[in-house]
Structures are given as structure tokens and as C-alpha cells.
Design a protein around this ligand. Structure first.
Ligand code: NAD
Length: 375
């Protein structure tokens, strides 16, 4: 079958769904790979590099007209029309929040696999683009904070005097939060972190950071995700944030609850307690934000001189590596979908991972999937 790697059209989308290295792997699975001319340009991959890896470059219609189309950002409406009948689209979809997109996709005889609907079971970890992108974004959040912060992170003792290290608070120690902790610590900052899931405390400490316990135990969910926190937790957490806000230089928030708006962690009063020149990076900006005053996609400076960064494209700010990791996740998915290694995609609905990711099958909506057994 022909597999198309299309150029991204969303503004600010710099990533591409396959790199020359992953194209080589797709070819070895038996696919004839067509890369839309210029698809890798913004991630610094040339058409020649794709050709050397075994792909053919083609016009937009050729890439979109393939049997299997690989993509990063969810398709625009007019792009759905470019897919041929019976095609399989593999892309970020956001099925929980994109009912209109799902309807538009299901109006065509297509099969659609959402790369952001990978179940969080250990067997599926190698396909999990949310984890690989969160990891990159967590790193970049610290780089953005360091850039906006007018001081060094590392403490120094110099002939001209002592420079104290920056203090960083990371709220939410999931994949993105742990990457942010590791990055801030490696730059020499003093790092603290908090999360309602007590099991992350050990991971936080192993990265050299201090774990701040809110002191109210939250019921764990079977799928490893956080649930919405209770009133008691939120009250105590608010007191902790009030205390920390007055003390730290940088706050990085990453708190998300699957399928719900982002929980509000920092109120306007918390932000007002921060020192001028401090920086907040709200990694939940696209889901409504963890911080009062965040504007998605923007950096704003508050009246008291705090910069709140709400960029929603943190992973796309590191396009080459983000594409490489996303592309590798897709290669692992295509391996699962190509049992004969013969360039033929076979969708197995008895496999919980494939079932969970399939949001449309042959023009029929198949989202939400039945619950995935934890394994
Ligand atoms: P996420 O992006 O949904 O949430 C980010 C973090 O925010 C989580 O750590 C969550 O506990 C935290 N959070 C939620 N509400 C909060 C609040 N009110 N205050 C502060 N923090 C809050 O989560 P994620 O990073 O994608 O993953 C969470 C965990 O799931 C990981 O740490 C990992 O253990 C597990 N996981 C497993 C797999 C797998 O097995 N395939 C893949 C990815 C993640």
C-alpha cells in the first residue's frame, strides 16, 4: 500500500509525521512512502534526505491520496476532502473535545486512528505520542522560562559576589512535569514539585527536587491518571501555592485531568504575590490553563511584573526532535498494524490498543472505545 506523509497546514505547526530515519523503517515494513514536497522543511528535513531514505516526493494530491496518510495536527475540513475513499488517516484528533471534527471524518468512508487516544498501558508506551511530546514540551517550558527570566538559574560564587540559584516550582509531576524538573535541576535551579498522586514523590526526589506534599490523600484511579481533586485538597493546595508564590522565581504548571478542563491552581491573588521579574509557564494553556490570567498562545506581563507564558506549541518549538519522536511512535503503531510486514495495513479490533485508537472505522464513529483492561 501507499503511505503518504503530508505537509502540515496548521499555523505554527513545524513538525512532520515522518523523518528520513522513520521513513526508512516504514519502507522496511513494506510500504511505498510518498512524502509531500517540502513536508519536512520546517523541521529541517530536506526532500533529498527523504528520497535517500527510500521515499518518493510528490505533490499534495499524491500524498493525501495515499492508502494510509500520516499527519501530526488534526486535519482541517478541506483536508478531509483530499483523502480518498477507504483511506486510513493517522493523526492527532482530540476525540474528547472535537465532536465536530469526528462527525466530519465519519461523514466520509474513512478509518481514522487518533494518535492522542493511546491507552496508558505499558504495552502501548512505545506508541504514546502524548508522553513523547509532553517530555519535549517539559524541557522547552524551562527553556522558555529561563529566556524570559532576567537572571541566571545556577547559583555562583564569584569575585563580584554571590549569586543565589533560581527557585523553581513545578505543579503537576507527570511526564511533562518530570521533564521540567530534570531540566531545571540540570541548569542548577533549586526545584520543588507537587502532585496529587503520592506515588510520584519518589520520582521527584530521584531527580534532585523536593516533593511538597499537600497532605490530603487522593484516591488513585485505575488508569494511572489523576482524578479531579476534592475541596479539602484544593483548599490546602491553595495555601501551599500562596506560600510558594511569594518565595519562588519560576512556576511551571502542567496539571491536567483527562477529558476535563485544566484545574485552576494559581489564582490572581497567588500571581499577585509573586516578585516582579518572576515567570510562570502554564503548560495547560490549551486546556483552559492552570493559572488565572494565562492567555493561550501568548506571553503576558501582569501589573506586578510577572510574565505568564501560555504557549501551546512547546513541542513544536523543537521541531526536529519532536518529529523524530512522533515519527518513531508512528513506526511502532504501523508495526502493530502491519503483522505481515508486507505493506498491508490490517486493523485488529480484538487488540485493545488498536481498538482504543480507532475513532472512525469505515465511516462509522467508534469513539469512545470500551474501557481498556489495565495490563
Ligand atoms: P497528565 O498530562 O494527564 O497530567 C499531568 C499531571 O498533572 C499528572 O501528574 C497529574 O497527577 C497532575 N495533576 C492533576 N491534577 C492536579 C492538581 N490539581 N494539582 C497538581 N497536579 C495535578 O498526565 P501524564 O503526565 O500524561 O501522565 C500521568 C502518569 O500516567 C505518568 O506519570 C505515568 O505514570 C502514567 N503514564 C503511563 C503510560 C503508560 O503506561 N503507557 C504513559 C504515559 C503516562
Amino acid at each position: 500500500q501507499r503511505l503518504g506523509v503530508v505537509a502540515e497546514s496548521a499555523p505554527g505547526e513545524t513538525r512532520v509525521a515522518a523523518t528520513p530515519a522513520t521513513v526508512r523503517q516504514l519502507v522496511s515494513l513494506g510500504y511505498e512512502v510518498i512524502v509531500q514536497a517540502g513536508a519536512g522543511r520546517r523541521a529541517s528535513f530536506t526532500d533529498e534526505a527523504y528520497v535517500q531514505a527510500g521515499a518518493r516526493t510528490g505533490r499534495r494530491e499524491e500524498a493525501w491520496g495515499a492508502d494510509v496518510v500520516l499527519k501530526v495536527s488534526a486535519p482541517a475540513t478541506e483536508e478531509i476532502a483530499a483523502l480518498r475513499d477507504g483511506a486510513t488517516l493517522v493523526s492527532l484528533i482530540g476525540p474528547a473535545t472535537g465532536a465536530a471534527l469526528l462527525d466530519a471524518l465519519a461523514a466520509r468512508p474513512l478509518t481514522v486512528l487518533a494518535t492522542d487516544a493511546v491507552p496508558r498501558i505499558s504495552r502501548a508506551q512505545s506508541l504514546d505520542v502524548l508522553s513523547s511530546m509532553a517530555n519535549i514540551a517539559g524541557y522547552r517550558a524551562v527553556i522558555e522560562a529561563a529566556h524570559a527570566f532576567g537572571r541566571v538559574f545556577t547559583g555562583q560564587v564569584t569575585a563580584a559576589g554571590k549569586v543565589p540559584p533560581a527557585t523553581v516550582l513545578v505543579a503537576g509531576a507527570g511526564v511533562a512535569g518530570l521533564a521540567a524538573i530534570a531540566t531545571a535541576a540540570s541548569l542548577g535551579a533549586v526545584v520543588r514539585a507537587t502532585d496529587p498522586r503520592p506515588e510520584v514523590a519518589e520520582q521527584v526526589r530521584s531527580l534532585g527536587a523536593e516533593f511538597l506534599d499537600v497532605g490530603v490523600t487522593q484516591e488513585a484511579s485505575a488508569d494511572g491518571y489523576a482524578r479531579e481533586t476534592g475541596d479539602d485538597y484544593d483548599r490546602r493546595a491553595a495555601a501551599l501555592y500562596a506560600e510558594q508564590a511569594a518565595d519562588v522565581d519560576i512556576v511551571i504548571t502542567t496539571a491536567l485531568i483527562p477529558g476535563r478542563p485544566a484545574p485552576r491552581l494559581l489564582t490572581a491573588e497567588h500571581v499577585a504575590r509573586m516578585r516582579p521579574g518572576s515567570v510562570i509557564v502554564d503548560m495547560a494553556a490549551a486546556q483552559g490553563g492552570n493559572v488565572a490570567g494565562t492567555r493561550a498562545g501568548e506571553a503576558v506581563v501582569t501589573e506586578n511584573g510577572v510574565t505568564i507564558i501560555g504557549y501551546t506549541d512547546l513541542a513544536a518549538r523543537l521541531p526536529a526532535q519532536a518529529s523524530q519522536l512522533y515519527g518513531t511512535n508512528l513506526v511502532n503503531l504501523m508495526r502493530l498494524l502491519t503483522p505481515g510486514r508486507d505493506g498491508r495495513l490490517v486493523l485488529d479490533f480484538d487488540d485493545a490498543v488498536q481498538r482504543a485508537m480507532t475513532v472512525v472505522r469505515d465511516g462509522e464513529k467508534t469513539w469512545p472505545p470500551p474501557p481498556v483492561p489495565v495490563s
